[in-house]
Design a protein. Structure first.
Length: 535
């Protein structure tokens, strides 16, 4: 058997990671909706998941955990197995509440987390930080993006993105203003930064951050003067050197009529050509709209963007009532069209509210492709005790050649079911998959797409303390980990030195290594294993 070690794959592989895994320690994406994969379930609160791509179709998931809302980062492989022995502690914090933060990853597979932190060197100040973690689980570097006085200044609404030149950008609301910084991914040094402030009486608070061209970014803010004044969306370009491009400090308006819901800081999506699609929902009436900015900063979908529907009333069981459309989740499809999914519900009709999930598709010129009122992902149904308590939109899903949405249907205030649906190009539903029926609530959905066009979706939920769960949905709606390759003896989804050692340990006898079914583990089985080698 010594001659086997001369094989190019076998060389050095016999002893690689033999004791690193055991099949009993594996936990993969489940095909059983009653038992979704648990990402985090500590004795305390595990909340606010974010997700980003990792190497080899893996997924990073960050979250807050514990009494001080410490920040952790978890890495799973393409099958959902934990890659690291334990999640990486990004920051040990001592907060009693949370704000939004950001997670992104670059082409090299490194993760970047942007968040607010205590300042042990000066407890009168707080920090905005960016930390980078390598796929190995080692912290590459930690950088302070901004230092702010505590008490007079609150920190919140963090965003992060990777620019076209590979530099990492982070943004945060600093009180009623914002900071934006461009960071070198190699060492964490700040290449440029800009403090976005207009004047003492006007707020410009961080809302969205996405890449543009030539290493620059597009940055959006919520702009207003007083608590009761209209909240508008302002959009500008920031160049790689930290100077303003189009829009300047004031920013170009995404709309001129109406207001964004108080407390809402909507992010947006790039258009792939240096511009952006900006979704939000208005007040009075509650309705979702989308605006397009091209790479020059010009708006192309009218002064107020395009609504998912121009109608503010609808018929619910034969009764006409106000229809509210909120919480847009927007994505660009492979066909170049823009898809917007949203929560749709009636006003009170005799004490009953009708809940549903809507969707609209926009052509490149902003015209609607799915009719005046869009399509119903979930038809409106009346609220009923113990049957329908609410419908909540999750995140838009990209299945490569098609798009869809995750969402939750709640039977009560404490019991929800998570779903994923894919839409056809004509607005009909291709399929709907029940992703999770385990007990408890389900909300704060996030998602990421793998190279095989499957989607990993994660969410926060109960039943006891808040935990983080995840599910993988294939492009055909199949739930669970991808099929194991031939030769995957330990069931981790890969064929590597661990499986090879297992097979060689069974050589000449019987066991799971008998891949060709001839009753004996031998050369034929070894050939099958090597043909499926993933490393």
């Amino acid at each position: 058997m010594s001659s086997l070690t001369n094989h190019p794959i076998l060389t050095g592989a016999l002893l690689v990671g033999v004791t690193a895994f055991s099949s009993s320690a594996l936990a993969q994406y489940s095909s059983d909706p009653t038992n979704p994969l648990t990402i985090a379930a500590s004795s305390g609160e595990d909340v606010q998941p974010k997700i980003a791509k990792a190497p080899n179709d893996g997924q990073y998931t960050s979250y807050f955990s514990g009494l001080g809302y410490d920040i952790y980062l978890d890495l799973r492989d393409s099958h959902g197995n934990a890659v690291w022995a334990a999640p990486v502690l990004i920051e040990d914090r001592a907060f009693s509440s949370t704000t939004d933060y950001a997670l992104t990853s670059d082409a090299a597979g490194n993760a970047y987390v942007v968040y607010n932190a205590d300042n042990p060197a000066n407890t009168a100040t707080g920090l905005v930080k960016m930390v980078s973690v390598a796929p190995s689980g080692s912290v590459r570097w930690s950088t302070v993006l901004y230092t702010a006085a505590i008490g007079a200044t609150s920190l919140g609404s963090g965003r992060a993105t990777v620019a076209s030149d590979g530099f990492i950008w982070g943004a945060y609301a600093i009180g009623f203003d914002s900071t934006v910084a461009r960071v070198n991914p190699k060492d964490g040094s700040i290449a440029s930064s800009l403090f976005v402030t207009e004047n003492a009486s006007t707020k410009q608070m961080c809302a969205g951050l996405q890449p543009s061209t030539d290493g620059g970014v597009i940055f959006s803010t919520i702009r207003y003067t007083t608590f009761t004044s209209a909240k508008t969306l302002r959009v500008r370009r920031i160049n790689a050197d930290g100077t303003y491009g189009w829009g300047g400090v004031l920013g170009n308006p995404a709309f001129v009529t109406g207001s964004v819901q108080t407390g809402n800081f909507p992010d947006f999506i790039p258009d792939g050509s240096g511009g952006a699609y900006i979704p939000w929902y208005t007040t009075s009436p509650l309705n979702c709209r989308v605006q397009h900015f091209d790479s020059t900063g010009a708006i192309t979908w009218g002064t107020d963007g395009m609504p998912v529907s121009a109608n503010t009333t609808a018929s619910f069981g034969g009764t006409t009532s106000t229809v509210n459309r909120t919480n847009p989740a927007t994505i660009v499809g492979a066909d170049g069209r823009v898809y917007c999914f949203y929560r749709s519900y009636s006003g009170s009709i005799g004490g009953i509210v009708w809940y549903g999930m809507g969707a609209q598709c926009f052509n490149a010129d902003g015209t609607t492709a799915w009719g005046a009122d869009g399509a119903m992902l979930v038809p409106h149904a009346p609220s009923s005790a113990g049957v329908l308590y609410d419908q909540q939109v999750g995140s838009a899903l990209n299945f490569g050649g098609g798009v869809g949405c995750s969402y939750a249907t709640s039977a009560t205030a404490t019991l929800a079911t998570a779903y994923a649906s894919r839409m056809n190009a004509d607005g009909t539903i291709a399929w709907t998959t029940t992703a999770a029926t385990n007990a408890g609530t389900k909300y704060r959905f996030v998602s990421s797409t793998a190279s095989d066009n499957s989607v990993v979706m994660a969410w926060q939920g109960t039943p006891s303390s808040n935990d983080i769960f995840a599910a993988r949905v294939a492009s055909d709606g199949t739930l669970g980990a991808p099929a194991a390759p031939a030769g995957d003896l330990n069931g981790d989804g890969f064929v590597n030195g661990i499986d090879l050692a297992d097979l060689l340990g069974q050589w000449g006898g019987k066991g799971s290594g008998d891949l060709d079914g001839d009753g004996t583990v031998g050369g034929g089985d070894l050939a099958i294993l090597l043909s499926g080698w993933t490393g």
